[in-house]
Every structure is written in structure tokens, then in C-alpha cells.
Design a protein around this ligand. Structure first.
Ligand code: CS2
Length: 475
């Protein structure tokens, strides 16, 4: 059968107003849907040009479908498919970086949004600052045609300034605390190394609102593609599967106030997103990572499987009990109720979110997900045995061998360094000591505080295995 969604070519698409860097499943299940709804409600030219920074796969799948695709909302008892027709094009940066810069420098483009994952910011996760030794940063400082997202932002802003065009708003949609301030910091740092006047112009004229994004969107599988074909009767080579829930809180600070009417699509436009961000990163992503490492080691493939194991259900609640004292609730939110809602979302059996997927890139995720909470709990004299066990589970996971002796396919920018460092040690205590000295992840103060409780957790983990350790930590 020919791939494609035939009637899409008959419709007029909105003109492009947004370039999106890092067109993965999450943004297509989330941002694209909000922007489509905002235009349906209030109009505006906010069509999206997506950019893949690495692989041509998404472009190749979507082009025969005229860039339209199916977003499938999966509840336990209800499946709803909708067509999303907001993309006007998909560019593949390594094939033609100039075409990406040209799209970003177009005066009609007023927003450049990003989902490039934590490691895409080329920053030091522990400090948030640009990592000048990152190979992509070194490359982008030496060449006009960049390879990193940060490089594309800086070079496109440079072109706009030279052409007398206002900057676009940079809208980070990644799970980083103060994501807008992080991206502003790395952009200004790189710009300053290229041209200090450019950096000053970006600092004055540019806008980098922070956002909190939330929708669980597992990677699409071949089974999903077959399922969507059965469901809709149409072959879609790149559908996206997501939970029904979604939440987007955005600081309403855009260049010239130019943005889609995202509030009409259900986004919360706020003055300061910090409280939302902290709550979400610590309570959702923090427990996601904790369940991913311990659950994976205990042999659970997905989050819903993990949480349907009573030991891990209790563990999730014990984690929230440790996390909640370190979270300031956004106005009108009850944190206990938020935790219970998260539990129900994790338990959704229709969402097959692999523990292995969430376990990826832990070196980039741990600081904002687990370590901030731990730091504050230490300062307040609160014990956090479950969070410490999660850190120990990450250490066991990145050591690269599971409890049955099988190799773990660890995906992390520091994977080799972490595995080799751990492999050179004899005991769990030595592994903990050596991994706590990885300064990209743990600062010295925190490492000193973690040494005793994480060693204790690791000794349990290495002798008893994950499931019994989880059980033992809570009794
Ligand atoms: C997950 C997130 O893969 C991960 O690390 O924790 O992608 C999570 O599903 C989203 O942030 C939910 O909004």
C-alpha cells in the first residue's frame, strides 16, 4: 500500500512562523498539537518548519505524507487519533545547514523552539554553563555552518542582526530547570566568543521564556505503526503515541509579544514558571528516573509494569514523601493530589514507556531530577534513603551489567567514561566513591554528603538486587 495521508495536499497550510529544532516524537505529540489548536482557535501564521539535527528518518517518513501525521491519545479504555497538519517542511541539518539558517533568518519566523534533550545544550549539567570543550562547540566557534542547536541559534541570530531583522524568541521545551535561562546563557556565551556586539544585541533584544512541558510520549515502535493503520485505515509511517494528559506553562515574554494564542489551546501563560518547573522535574521526572533505574535492574520493561509491582508502587509513594518537602507548590496545586495523579498516569497500561528509554542520558538528568532535592533535604536535615537508592541504582546501571550478568545498552554521553571508571573498582563502595567524583554530575559538597548513604544503598543493591533493596529501604 502506498504510504501517505492523501487529502492533506488539498488543504491550505498556514504560513510558517516557527522553526523547531529537534523534531522528535515529543514535540510532534505536544507543541505541534498546541500550535494547531491555537491557530484553529485564533488564527495567525504559525506553521512550523521542523529541523532534525541528526537523522533524516523523520523527514523521509513525513515527506510522502505531505508532513501530516497522526497523534494518538492512549487512555486505558479509550484511544483517540487525530491528524496534525501544522508542519510545512522538515529540514535535516547535517545535509544542508545553510537551509536551516535561511529558514531561521526569515523575518516571518518569530519563534525558534527547541526539544534537543538535555545533552543538546552542550552545557555542564552540574553548573548550567556552556561547555567550551564540547566538540560541537569547538566546531561551531570555528565554522559559519554549525552542527549544534546552540550554534544554529547564534549563527541565525547573527544573520538576522546583519539584515536588520529583530531576533526570534527562543522557546526551550526541554526538561531542564530554568530552561530559558540555560539556553540564554549558552547562546550568549557562544555569541560573545564570536562577536561581543552580537552578544550584547541578543542580551538586549532577545527573549528566552522558560517553560514547563509535560506529556508522556514513548518512542513510536513498529507495532504502533501497524496499530495506527488498523485504527484509522490509513498508513502513517510516523505517528506519535501519547498519554491524554498534557500541561504547558510558559513565561509570557516573547519578542514584540508575537506568539500563537497558546492560552486558547490550554497552555498556562505565566509570569514565572519556576514553581511549575520544580514540581514537574522533581516529582515526575525525578520519580521516573528512580523507577527507571531500579525497575530496569529488577527486570521490569516498562513504567506501568514497574508500578504494577506492589513493591515499586510503595516505592513511588515513598519517593514522593521524600520529594514533596523540597517542592514549593505552584498557586492552587495540592502536591499530594499531583502525586496521586502522576501515579495514575504511570499506571496507564496503554502507554508502554520503556524503563530503558527513561534511563538514557542519566548524567544529564540526575542533577535537576534527583540531586537538587537531595541537596535541599540534606540542608534541612531530612533523610532521603529512597532517593539515595535511586542514585545507587543509576551507578549500578551505568556500570553496564545487569543483575543476571547481561550487558546493559547504556546510552549516555558519558557512557564509556562511567563504565570504565566503575569497571576499574573492586567494591560497590569504591564504585560509589569514584562515580561521585564525576564533577559534571555531582559537585564536591553534595558528593561529600552523598558518600555514606549512597554507599549503604549500593552495598544493599549489589548484594540483594534491586527489588529486595527497594523493599528493604522502605521497612
Ligand atoms: C522521561 C520524560 O524519558 C524521560 O526521561 O522522564 O520524557 C517524561 O516522560 C516527560 O518529561 C513527561 O512530560
Amino acid at each position: 500500500m502506498e504510504a501517505g495521508l492523501p487529502d492533506s495536499t488539498l488543504k491550505q497550510r498556514p504560513k510558517t512562523g516557527i522553526v523547531h529544532l529537534g523534531l522528535g516524537a515529543f514535540f510532534r505529540a505536544f507543541g505541534c498539537v498546541y500550535v494547531a489548536d491555537a491557530m484553529a482557535a485564533s488564527g495567525g501564521d504559525w506553521g512550523i518548519v521542523g529541523v532534525s539535527l541528526r537523522s533524516p528518518a523523520t523527514r523521509d517518513a513525513l515527506r510522502p505524507q505531505d508532513w501530516a501525521y497522526t497523534a494518538v491519545s492512549l487512555a486505558a479504555d479509550n484511544v483517540v487519533a487525530r491528524r496534525v497538519e501544522v508542519l510545512n517542511d522538515v529540514l535535516v541539518a547535517p545535509e544542508d545547514p545553510m537551509s536551516v539558517l535561511t529558514a531561521m533568518a526569515d523575518p516571518a519566523v518569530r519563534i525558534v523552539s527547541l526539544t534537543v534533550t538535555e545533552k543538546g545544550y552542550c552545557h555542564n549539567p552540574a553548573t548550567g554553563a556552556l561547555n567550551p570543550d564540547h566538540p560541537d562547540v569547538i566546531h561551531d566557534l570555528a565554522h559559519d555552518l554549525p552542527i549544534s542547536a546552540v550554534g544554529f541559534l547564534v549563527r541565525a541570530l547573527q544573520l538576522r542582526r546583519a539584515a536588520g531583522i529583530a531576533p526570534f524568541t527562543v522557546l526551550s521545551c526541554d526538561n531542564l530547570p530554568e530552561n530559558g535561562r540555560v539556553v540564554r546563557g549558552v547562546v550568549l556565551d557562544m555569541a560573545r566568543r564570536i562577536d561581543p556586539d552580537l552578544a550584547d544585541w541578543i542580551a538586549t533584544e532577545g527573549r528566552f521564556p522558560c517553560t514547563m512541558v509535560d506529556r508522556i510520549t514513548p518512542a513510536t515502535t513498529q507495532d504502533d505503526i501497524a496499530r495506527v493503520a488498523t485504527l484509522t485505515g490509513v498508513t502513517d509511517a510516523a505517528p506519535v503515541m501519547h498519554e491524554p494528559f498534557s500541561q504547558w506553562a510558559i513565561e509570557d515574554d516573547f519578542v514584540g509579544g508575537e506568539r500563537p494564542d497558546l492560552a486558547a489551546a490550554g497552555a498556562e501563560m505565566v509570569v514565572d514558571v519556576t514553581a511549575h518547573e520544580h514540581m514537574k522535574l522533581r516529582m515526575l521526572n525525578g520519580t521516573h528516573s528512580a523507577l527507571a533505574y531500579t525497575g530496569y535492574l529488577a527486570g521490569h520493561e516498562t513504567i506501568d509494569q514497574t508500578i504494577s509491582d506492589p513493591v515499586f508502587a510503595t516505592f513511588a509513594r515513598a519517593l514522593w514523601a521524600e520529594i514533596i518537602p523540597a517542592v514549593v507548590a505552584p498557586t492552587g496545586v495540592a502536591l499530594d493530589a499531583y502525586a496521586e495523579a502522576l501515579f495514575a498516569r504511570y499506571a496507564n497500561p496503554a502507554i508502554r514507556h520503556r524503563t530503558w528509554q527513561i534511563a538514557m542520558d542519566g548524567s544529564q538528568k540526575l542533577p535537576q531530577r534527583l540531586l537538587g532535592t537531595l541537596r535541599e533535604n540534606f540542608a534541612a536535615g531530612r533523610m532521603s534513603p529512597c532517593l539515595c537508592l535511586a542514585v545507587a541504582a543509576w551507578m549500578r546501571y551505568v556500570s553496564g551489567t545487569d543483575e543476571t550478568g547481561k550487558t546493559i545498552d547504556v546510552r549516555d554521553p558519558l557512557a564509556l567514561q562511567l563504565r570504565d571508571t566503575a569497571a576499574a573498582q573492586d567494591t560497590p563502595a569504591d564504585i560509589v566513591a569514584t562515580l561521585l567524583s564525576v564533577r559534571e554530575v555531582f559537585d564536591e559538597d553534595l558528593a561529600n554528603q552523598l558518600v555514606a548513604p549512597v554507599t549503604q544503598a549500593a552495598q544493599l543493591l549489589w548484594t540483594k538486587g534491586a527489588r529486595l533493596s527497594v523493599q528493604g529501604t522502605m521497612t
